[in-house]
Design a protein around this ligand. Sequence first.
Ligand SMILES: [Zn+2]
Ligand SMILES: [Zn+2]
Length: 275
Amino acid sequence: MTLSFWGVRGSIPTPGPHTVRYGGNTSCVSLALDAGHTLVLDAGTGIRPLGASMPPGPHTYYVLLTHLHWDHIQGLPLFGPRNDPDARIVLLGGLEPAWGDMALEQLDGIRFPVLPADLAAEIRVDTSPLGTVLEPFGVAIDAMQVNHPGRCYGYRVRTKAGSFVFMPDNEIGACGSDRVCIEDLARFCDGADVLVHDAQYTEAELEFRRGWGHSTVAEACGLAMEASVKRLLLYHHDPDRSDSGVDDLISRARLLLSGSAVDCGAASEGLSVVI
Ligand SMILES: [Zn+2]
Ligand SMILES: [Zn+2]
């Protein structure tokens, strides 16, 4: 199974000379299923280059959203296959059956000039229980609600080849009655081949952004070690983080993880990881 990264930035797209290496598009990763079928996690602006990379013709895209914050849905209206009469775009409702329709509300003729019904592709929302749609492909998906304002999920995707966890927005933080604890998160991520996790802030930055729903690099490393994952990929890079700033975060993470068996890097646009 190959996990491909199309958008790795948090909050807002950040094109420009300082983000060339890691990329400025917002959250989107994909997993090729059988020929003609692709699972897409999040529909930030990264979904546009994903669409542009796909040849026209019969293809089904299963889009599963972690939450509806703008940086995770804003690429949907410009996802190229929307104009392909042979393409099918299926928004998976998962634990939030209303989210598919809510994401499509962007295409209302006002905020975007075209309505979903006027696009060439078949676009529909599937509210079957999470995972059942992908069972025929040998893919199982578990979900866990994480610490992020307005409700947000992390997903664990399992295939015969292994598993990865996609947790783009999550403030690990302190344990509390209304918060998921690191022990719960570690249980959910236990032994995953790859953990893609929010590492938006440094400790100094978090001081002024507590409750915004994002973690520090050190917290992401702590979770990776507690869960004994094989590889941690730092994700949801802050819009103010330059390429050299991300390099610094990787160096810090590797220092924190030295002595553990966790391999570490940062997600970048164009990265493919074989699991
Ligand atoms: Zn986000
Ligand atoms: Zn968010």
